[in-house]
Design a binder for this molecule. Structure first.
Ligand SMILES: Cc1cc2nc3c(=O)[nH]c(=O)nc-3n(C[C@H](O)[C@H](O)[C@H](O)COP(=O)(O)O)c2cc1C
Length: 218
């Protein structure tokens, strides 16, 4: 490590570049202790928020019946989208990458109820105006997604995996009624959480940053 390097980059860069969307490699049989979820949530609380408000709440669902109900809602929300996405993916010239994602997403839609822990991050939108301007959305989502990602990174570092999903949100009200989520809190995702089968995840192919980065001027 050179003297200016604060952390071991072989570890931090591997964590940042190999925290994947995990679906088929979630271990549905291995129990997840509550302590490990609490530890990862605790770390996520260090994420930034607008006005330093931490206006979030985290629903952790392990109850079998509730997971079954969420799984059913997710399936309902997911299938229309995924069936169309599967057809679109078949036409794409991307070496099958999108088709593999859709195949994996379809697997999750069938198995979600069996994933041992569901985590639903929520953000307080009580102060949001009706028809909010773009800047308000940036403030709201920007005040929860960094914490969500920190949570996912902390899971990965401990041998667990997750995937950020949004396909149950078309049934958001039904999920809120099931879990007693108050009206002024918006659900932003559902994260299925489990230990992963193996831990050898790899960096994904992404566009070169030269194509998307504009220094000084677009
Ligand atoms: C805003 C957002 C919504 C997503 N929604 C879903 C979803 O509903 N279901 C799902 O299986 N994956 C979902 N994903 C996961 C993406 O498919 C995944 O991050 C992407 O394919 C890249 O995979 P990687 O993270 O392994 O590189 C979502 C990701 C994001 C950022």
């Amino acid at each position: 490590m050179d003297t200016m390097t604060v952390f071991d980059l072989s570890v931090t860069d591997a964590l940042l570049s190999t925290t994947r969307a995990v679906r088929k490699r979630l271990d549905l049989d291995r129990p997840v202790p509550a302590e490990v979820i609490n530890e990862c949530l605790d770390l996520s609380q260090q994420a930034p928020t607008g006005s330093n408000r931490q206006g979030w709440a985290w629903l952790v669902v392990t109850d079998k019946d509730k997971r079954a109900a969420l799984g059913e809602m997710y399936h309902r929300g997911a299938m229309a989208y995924l069936n169309q996405a599967e057809k679109d993916a078949a036409q794409m010239d991307d070496g099958g990458q999108t088709s593999r994602v859709i195949d994996s997403a379809l697997y999750l839609a069938d198995k979600l109820q069996d994933v041992p822990v569901h985590v639903i991050p929520c953000i307080n939108v009580g102060l949001m105006p009706d028809n909010p301007p773009r800047a308000a959305w940036a403030g709201v989502m920007g005040s929860i997604m960094p914490a969500v990602w920190s949570f996912q990174l902390a899971l990965r570092a401990r041998g667990l995996g997750s995937v950020l999903t949004t396909l149950h949100l078309s049934q958001e009200k039904e999920a809120a009624a099931l879990l007693g989520i108050p009206d002024d809190f918006m659900q932003v995702a559902l994260l299925p959480v489990a230990y992963t089968m193996g831990t050898d995840f790899k960096p994904a192919k992404r566009p070169p940053i030269g194509d998307i980065t504009h220094w000084e001027q677009w």
